[in-house]
Design a protein around this ligand. Structure first.
Ligand code: PLP
Length: 391
């Protein structure tokens, strides 16, 4: 069967697929239709934190699938209640709203921030500051929030009330005016090129916000849930936001997103303010509980941090011709190169390894499953280094 022909013929052209069709996977390995093995340093873009085939996750999902696949939100189900308790407790937050994806989590976060401000300050205080090079999703408000003009150009008009700023203290101070109700950040920008924010900048965001009752939204969709060796990316900065959006790794491979809020916002949404047909699905929730059981554990997180150090060590003793910088935290790594990242990605793929690109096609991005072994890391890093430096 020529599946690549199917892709060309029947799928809209929104993705630049690598020419491979996968059938199954185990841990950090994926197998294509001819059973060729690949090592995966993408986790399906930050989703498969536990790798493929995690037995506890599969069992939880299968059991729940047999019992009850869907209810609706006019009633309740057991897994979503258990997940709500667990996720809010480990996140040190007060309440949660469940949805199906990252972009939806950010839409919820934006609505929540605006309602809080409207109720307290009235009309007109509704601007959300976001950062240049940020990525917050593809639906209209989340896309407008995304600080990347290239992604906006065909899709005007957007919802109003967003302001993009450079990532400097001066630009931030200039952007804050009386119309601002929230500042949204990724502690480590993912799509934008794996850019950890500076500690000075993050602390300024929180300082201004506290002074002016501006809410801080941390988009943890890519950098959260263990990716940086801490539960959340913002934990690397010793700060705590008013709103957290999560998705990707939460569902362990099933679509799930969530918006978490602190005490201040816990009664902001009232009946009818927001909703989702599939949000709070019991099968996704049953899987998510298993994801959190593994990730929200000090020794697991330390293991991720150690593997992050291992990657830094690997590059520390190497000489670079085509590599400009290796950056990131934990298992969220960006290798900025002189050439085109998509070309490097193709050559690496030919050697049986999957990596991502980011930034302006100048960054090779690694998001391996958090359960990756040091042997797998070393094998993959050698391929990456050799390919980049031989180009
Ligand atoms: C930081 C961040 N926010 C939001 C999103 C959007 O998530 P989704 O694709 O699940 O809508 C992404 C996806 O890459 C992301 O990295």
């Amino acid at each position: 069967m020529d599946y690549l022909y199917y892709a060309k013929e029947y799928l809209m052209n929104t993705y630049n697929h690598l020419p491979v069709v996968f059938t199954h996977g185990k841990g950090c390995k994926l197998y294509d239709v001819s059973n060729k093995e690949y090592l995966d340093f993408t986790s399906g873009i930050g989703v498969m934190a536990l790798g493929r085939g995690n037995e506890k996750w599969i069992k939880a999902v299968e059991d729940q699938l047999e019992k009850l696949a869907h209810t609706s939100n006019i009633v309740l189900n057991v897994p979503i209640l258990e997940l709500a308790k667990k996720l809010t407790e480990i996140s040190n937050m007060s309440k949660v709203f469940f949805c199906n994806s990252g972009t939806e989590a950010n839409e919820g976060a934006i609505k929540l921030a605006r309602k809080y401000s409207f109720e307290k300050y009235g009309k007109g205080r509704n601007t959300i500051i976001t950062l240049n090079r940020s990525f917050h999703g593809r639906t209209m408000a989340a896309l407008e929030a995304t600080g990347e003009e290239e992604l906006h150009k065909y899709f005007y008009p957007f919802p109003e009330g967003f302001k993009h700023t450079d990532i400097t203290v001066e630009a931030l101070e200039e952007a804050v005016d009386p119309s601002v109700c929230a500042i949204m950040i990724e502690a480590v920008q993912g799509e934008g090129g794996v850019n950890p924010l500076s500690s000075e900048f993050v602390h300024k965001v929180f300082e201004i916000s506290e002074k002016k009752d501006i809410l801080v939204i941390c988009d943890e969709i890519q950098c959260g849930l263990g990716r940086t060796g801490k539960l959340y990316g913002f934990n690397n900065y010793n700060v705590h936001p008013d709103i957290i959006s999560v998705a990707k790794a939460l569902g362990g491979g099933l679509p799930m997103g969530a918006v978490l809020c602190n005490e201040k916002l816990k009664n902001t949404f009232k009946y009818g303010d927001h909703g989702s047909t599939f949000g709070g699905n019991p099968v996704c929730a049953a899987g998510a509980i298993e994801v959190l059981n593994e990730i929200a554990d000090e020794s697991f997180l330390k293991g991720v941090a150690d593997k992050g150090k291992f990657i830094k060590e690997f590059f520390k003793n190497k000489s670079f011709k085509n590599i400009k910088e290796v950056r990131g935290i934990g298992l969220m790594v960006g290798i900025e190169i002189k050439g085109e990242a998509s070309e490097v990605q193709k050559k690496i793929f030919e050697k049986g390894l999957l990596v991502l690109t980011a930034g302006k096609n100048n960054v090779v991005r690694l998001l391996p499953p958090l359960v990756v072994s040091k042997e797998e890391l070393e094998k993959g890093l050698n391929i990456i280094y050799e390919v980049i430096e031989s180009m």
